[in-house]
Ligand binder design. Sequence first.
Ligand code: PLP
Length: 386
Amino acid sequence: MPERTIYLDHAATTPLDKRVLDAMMPYLTTEYGNASSIYTLGRHAMQAIDHAREQVAEAIHARPTEIAFVGCGSESDNLAIKGMAFASQKKGKHIITSSIEHHAALHTCQYLERFGFTVTYLPVDEYGRVDPSEVERALTDQTTLVSIMYANNEVGTIEPIEEIGRICRARKIPFHVDAVQAGGALPIDVVALYADLLSLSAHKFYGPKGVGILYVRQGMRILPQLQGGSQERGRRAGTENVAGIVGAATALRLAQEELPEVTPRITALRDRLIEGILAIPGSRLTGHPTHRLPNNASFCFEGVEGESILLNLDLLGVAASTGSACTSGSVDPSHVLVAMGLPPEWSHGSLRLTLGKGNTEAEIETLISALPGIVEKLRNLGAQAL
Ligand code: PLP
């Protein structure tokens, strides 16, 4: 067993930042009050949530009243999409999304089809980009929601969100942005992006698992998807996860503040990875060459199974992914690579390496030296099996 893991799967999840844990600790120990209770202990919990809401609002250029804390990124996507679709179904039942969304958005749209909603799944180009003019063309007088991700979780492509947002705003059609992968990697400004709804997940930016954030622009009405108490201004019933909320807000603030320092370092590591790995014969970069997340380097290798690469890397102590955590282990090629038009002999051999602030140049060099041998070995094994 290798001594130390070389962790290159930050798109799946990130380790908790020590400063975030420190901020959470009081609410996991002495400050255990229920935020709905009126005595001092309860009020402390409520004050902590209020402060967290202010921090999140400031980080993404929103108002505190526009922030709702939920249980994860998936719940945030579900609440945005179902909440808006059901709230506005008297106006129309048409939704526009893309074919490369995370399953949290894609399956939610498919679920709505069972209730009579029509969904347009926009295609993407070979780099995974949505064309804003296609969004414009797809709009009808029945459209009540457009939902497009800020950055793709598998190939790291950044979508033209601002342009799409401007189109939606001009037509007064609510626009939801799944910014789960962008939250720790790109500046998030809900005003500049023309977002009406925006989803984030704390465990993607060194915060705790099990905390999501939904931005709901003032004036937007969504139908709550959990019935119960009136927490989160009636948007999400359930006793608040005080420690998690404090952790999410601290993590988002730190991630956004530290972008100027972290981004150039991670981008340099990513570019070195891309350069080193593309030297392997029969390899190609997936996703956009420039409009891509600073921490995402994803590839396909012709005639190799991505899962076999992962197992071999694991033996060396390298944690990586074939794509999204949700498709790992499934035999079907990823819907993202299929939508980008990759042929099956390539799309089965996908490898996603996603960097974090703890990665070093030495780790990247270890991977660059190990991978060619692994790919060659697997191709030879494959040839022998024929
Ligand atoms: N949306 C995107 C783009 C994601 O990458 C993920 C998780 O990988 C989610 C939504 C779901 O977030 P969570 O794991 O917090 O439910």
